[in-house]
Design a protein around this ligand. Structure first.
Ligand SMILES: Nc1ncnc2c1ncn2[C@@H]1O[C@H](COP(=O)(O)OP(=O)(O)OP(=O)(O)O)[C@@H](O)[C@H]1O
Ligand SMILES: [Mg+2]
Length: 252
């Protein structure tokens, strides 16, 4: 099972939309079996699939309760081949509890839990919070690849260096981790976006996908309807996520 973290320390750049649509594209266009993990206390991925509940078992239990099996926190979506581990506000408590509990390793809990799955899934996609906390570090320690969605604005590149440093730090626990690349989300054909893309491609050393995800109102619509783009009306962003996944798979 290949484990991919979708991460950016900045909020609102399209992490959740990307995690959902990359996961679903792998299922619908490539016939893969995918486990999607919601690693954000906001629980947006869980809400999208109508699997958000503060009383249900969630990622928080998996990371703090020694007796909790990974199978007991996996929920089925209405899509065959796409399962999720939901998150809720308990993830806030989990972050504190992991730090306080030094009786077992703190950074490798998710990796160990995922290893119990014995390759039942082809891919695991982790939607991370815009933060570096213990559960995000757990995600990085578990990940083979890191993908970074970027929305071009004045602050777009803030935090990227910190994220790269964090990936380097995580190598102490996981030397397989690869920063596969950034990709532009909510792309509009205007000067700012074109220049932002060119800047990333030529003036930074960050790897960059050729594919950009175009901005379309259909993305907002899908968040109300709870359908990934490829199961909704034909859209530019849906085509772009298909292209992005293809570009990613060709790299591997
Ligand atoms: N390609 C797109 N076109 C138009 N709107 C988009 C696109 N991608 C994302 N959005 C919108 O941008 C907003 C932020 O997206 P999303 O929730 O995926 O970001 P995020 O990085 O996960 O945010 P957070 O850091 O809060 O978790 C949402 O309202 C979403 O519908
Ligand atoms: Mg999000």
């Amino acid at each position: 099972m290949k484990i991919i973290s979708i991460i950016n320390l900045k909020g609102g750049v399209g992490k959740t939309v990307s995690a959902i649509n990359i996961a679903y594209t792998l299922v619908a266009a490539h016939g893969k079996k995918v486990l999607l993990i919601d690693n954000d206390k906001q629980g947006n991925t869980s809400k999208f699939f109508d699997l958000h509940n503060d009383d249900d078992k969630s990622l928080a239990d998996l990371l703090t309760d020694r007796e909790c099996s990974i199978k007991s926190v996996i929920k089925l979506t209405t899509y065959e081949g796409l399962d999720i581990i939901p998150a809720n506000m308990n993830l806030l408590r989990a972050n504190k509890e992991i730090l306080l509990d030094v009786s077992r390793p703190q950074q490798t809990r998710l990796r160990k839990a995922l290893a119990q799955l014995n390759n039942e899934y082809d891919y695991c996609i982790i939607d991370n919070a815009p933060d570096i906390n213990m559960t995000v570090i757990n995600a990085l320690v578990a990940s083979d690849d890191v993908l970074v969605p970027i929305k071009v604005d004045k602050f777009a590149f803030d935090g990227l260096e910190l994220l790269v440093d964090q990936i380097e730090d995580v190598k102490e626990f996981n030397d397989n981790i690869v920063f596969k690349g950034c990709f532009i989300t909510m792309f509009q054909k205007n000067g700012v976006n074109v220049q932002g893309n060119e800047y990333l491609a030529s003036s930074t050393s960050y790897p960059l996908f050729h594919t950009v995800i175009r901005k379309t109102v259909k993305v907002d619509e899908t968040t109300f309807i709870g359908k990934p783009l490829l199961d909704y009306k034909k859209s530019t962003a849906g085509q772009d996520y298909e292209k992005l996944v293809k570009e990613y798979l060709e790299m591997c």
